[in-house]
Design a protein. Structure first.
Length: 272
């Protein structure tokens, strides 16, 4: 049975801070960046994670990207890493990690994701982190668990689950979550959020203004930010998808991905 993704389902699970809350209690989110000329996606995701409430957000990047990123972030922290093993060590204390946006379609991305999977942090895997496993999806599924989230658009979905979309989007999303044993967010005009146990939600408030570069990176950061605050991954993905669309609708014509984080507080306040 397909459930409509409505705030009534998950509103009470949103992680609002209390009077004694401190930043570390609000969760620690990591975002893995690509190389120096591919840092924008990670910066969008990191800012989104911070906006949605994660108390500490850190971008992890190759050494050649440090100078590029350092001059563009303020509240987001920055840590270079030199190998997959070093990356794994850096995220050991984090609650969630976003990996894949502009990461590169090479073996380095594969090795980084495999190292991240050993850290214990919940993973949100998007973009290159999905496409790099084309023809070898079993390698990705082998390192995932039920708290992890995959966020493919239809092209990325087809690379991981070839032919599955022929069965229809809802059936495909449910089967994909079962195969991956992780939450799957199948993005589109009516995004579907599927859990490994067979639950599936259809998002009703999709916005055409989201059809612009970088909005998927923002969504990945929002999901990661909510999971970092100990929200259940299925509910976190559902809430982030709805809020993402709501923020886009509030801004309307002229939206670019950078605008979403500025409007997001309005969407959150309306639910408060």
């Amino acid at each position: 049975m397909i459930e409509t993704n409505d705030p009534a389902i998950w509103r009470n699970f949103l992680p609002w801070p209390g009077p004694e809350t401190h930043k570390h209690a609000r969760g620690r989110l990591g975002v893995v960046s690509g190389r120096a000329h591919q840092t924008g996606a990670a910066r969008l995701a990191a800012r989104a994670g911070l906006r949605i409430g994660a108390g500490v957000v850190r971008i992890l990047c190759p050494p050649d990207a440090v100078a590029t990123i350092a001059s563009t972030v303020t509240a987001v922290m920055l840590t270079p890493f030199t190998s997959p093993e070093a990356l794994g060590r850096e995220v050991e204390e984090m609650d969630a990690v976003v990996a894949g946006p502009a990461a590169g379609l090479d073996e380095g991305t594969v090795a980084n994701i495999q190292a991240l999977a050993l850290s214990g942090a919940a993973l949100v895997i998007d973009a290159d982190g999905l496409s790099v496993f084309k023809g070898r999806s079993a390698e990705l599924f082998a390192v995932l668990d039920r708290d992890d989230v995959l966020t493919p658009h239809e092209g990325e979905f087809e690379r991981l689950f070839p032919g599955l979309l022929k069965q229809g989007r809802a059936v495909a999303a449910v089967e994909a979550a079962r195969r991956a044993q992780a939450v799957v967010v199948l993005k589109g005009a009516q995004t579907l959020i599927a859990a490994p146990d067979g639950r599936v939600r259809l998002n009703p408030n999709g916005s055409p203004w989201l059809a612009t570069a970088g909005t998927g990176d923002v969504l990945a950061g929002m999901i990661g930010g909510l999971i970092a605050q100990r929200m259940d991954s299925f509910d976190a993905a559902s809430a982030a998808v709805w809020l993402h669309s709501d923020a886009a609708a509030r801004f309307g014509p002229g939206l670019i991905s950078e605008d979403l984080c500025d409007v997001l507080p309005q969407s959150l306040k309306a639910l408060r």
